[in-house]
Design a protein around this ligand. Sequence first.
Ligand code: MLT
Length: 406
Amino acid sequence: MAKVNENYLRLPGSYLFSRIGKKVEEYKADHPRADIIRLGIGDVTQPIAPEIIRALHGAVDEMGQADTFRGYAPDLGYEFLRSVIAEKDYRDRGCSVTADEVFVSDGAKCDCGNIQEIFGLDNRIAVCDPVYPVYVDSNVMAGRTGEYDPRTGKYQDVIYMPCGRENGFVPDFPKEAPDLIYLCFPNNPTGAVIKKDQLQGWVDYANAHDAVILYDAAYEAYISEEDVPHSIYECQGARGCAIEFRSFSKTAGFTGLRLGFTVIPKELETDGVRLWPLWARRHGTKYNGAPYIIQRAGEAVYSEVGRRQVREQIAYYMENARIILQGLSEAGFDVSGGKNAPYIWLKTPGSMTSWEFFDYLLEQANVVGTPGSGFGPNGEGYFRLTAFGSRENTIEAMKRISELGA
Ligand code: MLT
């Protein structure tokens, strides 16, 4: 008889954003005339920038001609994209990353979920709490987390590193030393950032404890302040302990196109084994490369015109973030984030739980957000709003929430 992977039975019933989507659909079925504003999942709303569309059209035309048609892409990515990433995202920022250390993929979510496959099951993982659910869920699926304790909302073998106001939403070093440390900055869900010296502290910690940092920098394009690192490779010694994930989703509106990349330095090794060949082997076996057309679109993001256009989009979303921050503060909410990230993190009013506040906002204001407890036990009593809505919806949502008050 075929057996299932029983680790899956330890997972919550559905992925956080699927659960939210289902709740909203149920509400809509009962209230068909409700004008619902969705500021829940961090999905972009602005159309793809014209320069990127131009590149897409060009690549589509190439696929229709015998002499420019392409079949399977190289599984680690086309050289034209890998080299422009190494140059513009890293060399221009003083980080030494070479093109062949860049692995192109169809997005950071897949890479963040898949990377754990190259590590042994006896590794202990540490995550921030609250946390992007993919890091934990993918380790649950692999069988690395132990049982779920419904009383604490935690998996017994995972090290949860609380992030709250008291530590500026940047974790303290854990008491027990982890083997794999997931860090995401600018942070999803809190919108917090880590300063350069703090990140250097984590790199030093990882090197001292033979740990590997899995650094998710999907939101780096939203950084507006100085002294906030865009890449972990800005820190001394990071090439010896860190893997970095990047995404085109939020940087250039590719949530529907799908493109991302992972950087693994050639010399990075653990337990005497280099990680680069393991990830290359996995990629080669399980992945046939991101589509040529999409990689050409990715290349256009780095052109002068493309870069200007995507920066304008980011500025648009960050103006939304400013409107949300201001609107919520004026309405009396306790808010943070939203300055270097497209997420605003607020305390739920009174003693409302995150899900109670979700229902309250949905029913009273027809506004959808994300309950903080969906990101981990320490997210309870918090709520996340995204700046990725349209301007009109953002302003309208703030009007409705302000009328309700904190
Ligand atoms: C989020 O809302 O947290 C993100 O959109 C999820 C993702 O990027 O996968």
